[in-house]
Design a protein around this ligand. Structure first.
Ligand SMILES: NC(=O)c1ccc[n+]([C@@H]2O[C@H](COP(=O)([O-])OP(=O)(O)OC[C@H]3O[C@@H](n4cnc5c(N)ncnc54)[C@H](O)[C@@H]3O)[C@@H](O)[C@H]2O)c1
Length: 379
């Protein structure tokens, strides 16, 4: 896999493979770039058979399977034909954002467990539809946020949950790049729906919202812009001509419990970083050094700022090493284990629903140029 982001998810071959009695029949919907990481993970597992692949582009799934030496696979021209004709235990939905909802809902309606790539989808309406289909199906739906499995991310949640920071009242999060507009299907509304927010913004939202227990968003005042991706000065002319999503976004979000979330994300700007993530509590604060592109980790050791015996002190939290398999393998395995063991989804949709709603309201608030009150339909 050529991308520097995913190449960091090195999967150690030495770890014992998990053994289980049942074999799982898995299908891959969408055989583009991220499907590579899914298939590489499945191929490492003793209890998985990849039996079907679907892609809208004729011949793409066939070539993809061949490149991985995956044999005995049936191929389909879309998710629908695959799900109509196969008896599957699980699918990986690896399509671009705009088809996440239709593929996921259809799979759940067919009684198939779903590992859905991030972001969950594009709009609030789609997210609600997905959650309703999941509830009705009784199947496992997990959303593909592999940074959740990073020990450093777990540490963020542990620190907040320990009460060391006291009651949280303000969070600044986000990050991004000085120049880092992707290409491919990420930059067009017709495939991606959203830009930097769907690519990397959803990760930084998940890091902090997961840490504080995903309180409900109440109001959102959002801003989006595109001054780089569509500009041939900063992007190659062909990509600039088709670029029609945001390359920068910012928002002021009020969350239940009186917590303020101050968010900004960038694919490109005249600045190295829009800042570290900070979580302010009444007893202490946590600084999480930003990363350029959300590869599933932190940009350096975190620091807690607090008072000790009347003195202002700083406690540096050593970086965790993340032992064993890579985060991507762990994400796929935790999904399959939830199916086999009847457990809860590792990254549950009722949490990511709020993540998606915040992103959607940023888009809508930016279009209208004013703050919006969040209305969440019943699931
Ligand atoms: N978790 C991660 O680290 C990570 C990294 C990169 C991308 N992603 C996510 O993965 C998703 C896909 O990204 P990508 O770079 O692989 O995109 P891509 O464009 O390379 O691949 C998507 C594929 O899905 C196919 N497709 C779309 N709708 C389909 C349908 N209904 N049935 C069958 N095939 C369909 C397309 O033809 C295309 O080949 C995006 O949502 C992205 O945000 C996640």
């Amino acid at each position: 896999m050529g991308d520097t982001v995913l190449s960091q998810f090195t999967q150690e071959k030495t770890e014992e493979k998990k053994q289980s009695g049942k074999r799982l029949k898995v299908g891959i919907i969408g055989t583009g770039w991220i499907a590579e990481a899914h298939v590489e993970s499945y191929l490492e597992m003793d209890d998985v058979d990849i039996v079907a692949m679907a892609d809208l582009i004729p011949g793409k799934a066939e070539k993809f399977a061949e490149s991985y030496g995956v044999k005995n696979v049936r191929f389909y021209p879309s998710h629908k034909e695959m799900l109509d004709n196969e008896e599957l235990d699980a699918v990986s939905v690896c399509t671009y954002n705009m088809t996440h909802a239709e593929c996921t809902v259809y799979a759940l309606e067919k009684g198939v467990n779903v590992l859905l790539e991030k972001p969950m989808c594009v709009t609030t309406e789609e997210a609600v539809e997905i959650c309703r289909a999941e509830k009705k199906s009784g199947k496992i739906l997990s959303i593909g946020f592999q940074p959740r499995l990073d020990d450093n991310m777990k540490m963020v949640k542990q620190i907040v949950s320990s009460g060391e920071l006291g009651e949280i009242y303000y969070i600044q999060t986000g990050g991004g790049r000085r120049r880092g507009v992707p290409n491919s299907t990420f930059i067009e509304k017709k495939t991606a729906g959203i830009g930097a927010m769907g690519d990397i913004g959803c990760y930084s939202l998940d890091m902090v919202l997961n840490a504080i227990g995903y309180p409900k968003p109440l109001t959102v005042s959002g801003y989006t812009s595109a001054f780089f991706g569509n500009n041939p000065l900063y992007n190659n002319p062909e990509d600039a001509a088709r670029f029609d999503v945001e390359d920068f976004a910012a928002a002021f979000v009020r969350l239940e419990g009186g917590i303020i979330l101050d968010f900004r994300i960038s694919w490109a700007m005249h600045l190295d970083t829009p800042g570290d993530t900070v979580i302010l509590g009444k007893k202490g604060a946590l600084r999480i050094p930003s990363t350029q592109c959300w590869n599933g980790s932190i940009g350096g050791p975190m620091t807690i700022y607090h008072d000790l015996a009347g003195n202002r002190v700083e406690t540096v939290i050593p970086e965790c090493k993340n032992e064993g398999k890579g985060l991507f393998y762990k994400k796929v395995r935790s999904f399959l284990d939830a199916i086999l063991e009847g457990g809860a989804a590792p990254v549950p949709s009722d949490e990511i629903l709020y993540n998606q709603i915040i992103i959607d309201y940023i888009v809508k608030s930016a279009e209208l140029g004013r703050e919006l009150e969040v209305v969440i339909p019943e699931i």
